[in-house]
Design a protein around this ligand. Structure first.
Ligand SMILES: [Zn+2]
Length: 333
């Protein structure tokens, strides 16, 4: 019995061998299937390989030195760009502040110049400040550059212009103070009137007149404006004693003796279109045409100004005893 169990009978072995041979077609089919799968996989790999390599991270070990260099350069460039951007942002912030400072200084200096006008002991201070104002305006009109170095350069110039403008403005203030200190006491005599007691001509505010004369002049100017569509241009009005001395020195008998001119009372104006020349008959020589005797504007003034208490005095008119001054008008109110 033990033998029978250990060794199958011949018939059983035969039957078993026949079963194996009956499996051959399956084996062949399996091999063919495997080959087909392998083929498909291979083709699939060939087709997809470019895609895989394109999207997969590349191991550092396969980078060429050229690629490393390109990356290093890109990193360095990005760092340089970052530094430049930071520098530009900083410079632009400074630029904005420097422009605001210069603009403020310019406005302040312009206001000072307007107030001081020509009341300075040395006119070069006024001219110097005018030049600095022009330079500041030019600088402020310049566009802000696009790179940090150029912006920094412009910032330096803005800062320098602010300093120059401040110095020129201080010099003007000093010169104006010296001019004020030099003024004699205002005793109310001819050419020594207190400017604070006089009134500026509205459209030429550096020119002063006695206030009643100025008010009449404004009314006359309104009437003139209605006809000529312009203000009556005025060259001179109130004149201090010192100024009259200077004019006398320049023009001799062409200017009144200091202390006697109506200009010293703030009750006379000179229209601009006159020519004082070194000639005994200066009033006949080379007078400008616009306000000379016979010109439409002069004749209008001569005819209409008296209604407003302003006259071209009888000594000044054509045929008067002279000096013949068609430009000179006096308040007689
Ligand atoms: Zn005059």
């Amino acid at each position: 019995m033990a033998k029978a169990l250990a060794r199958p009978r011949r018939a059983e072995r035969s039957a078993s061998r026949a079963g194996v041979w009956r499996g051959w077609p399956w084996l062949i089919g399996g091999l063919a299937t495997a080959l087909l799968i392998g083929l498909v996989a291979t083709v699939g790999l060939i087709v997809t390989r470019p895609l895989l390599t394109a999207t997969s991270p590349i191991a550092p070990s396969v980078l060429t030195s050229q690629a490393r260099s390109a990356i290093d350069q890109a990193v360095a460039q990005a760092e340089a760009d970052r530094i430049e951007a930071e520098a530009l942002a900083t410079a632009l912030a400074i630029n904005t502040g420097a422009r605001q400072t210069l603009t403020s200084s310019r406005d302040q200096a312009q206001a000072n110049l307007d107030v001081v006008a020509d009341q300075v002991i040395d006119d070069s201070a006024r001219i110097a400040l005018s030049d600095q104002l022009l330079a500041a305006g030019d600088l402020l009109a310049q566009a802000v550059p696009a790179d940090a170095a150029s912006v920094s350069d412009q910032n330096s110039r803005l800062t320098q212009a602010t300093a120059d403008l401040g110095a020129a403005n201080t010099a003007l203030t000093d010169s104006h103070q010296a001019w004020l200190d030099r003024q004699p006491s205002y005793d109310g005599s001819n050419g020594h009137l207190n400017p604070g007691d006089l009134c500026p001509i509205s459209y030429q505010p550096t020119l002063l007149l006695r206030c009643d004369a100025e008010a009449a002049w404004e009314r006359l100017n309104s009437a003139y404006q209605a006809v000529w569509q312009e203000n009556i241009p005025v060259d001179l009005s109130y004149r201090t004693y010192d100024e009259q001395v200077e004019m006398r020195q320049i023009w001799g008998s062409g200017a009144a003796i200091p202390g006697t001119s109506n200009h010293g009372w703030g009750t006379a104006v000179d229209l601009p279109d006159y020519r004082l020349v070194d000639d005994p008959d200066y009033w006949m020589a080379d007078l400008g045409a616009e306000w000379n005797y016979g010109s439409p504007k002069y004749e209008w003034m001569k005819a209409n100004a008296p209604a407003f208490d302003w006259v071209n005095p009888s000594w000044a008119v054509q045929g008067g005893i002279g000096p013949h001054e068609p430009w000179h008008f006096e308040y007689v109110g």
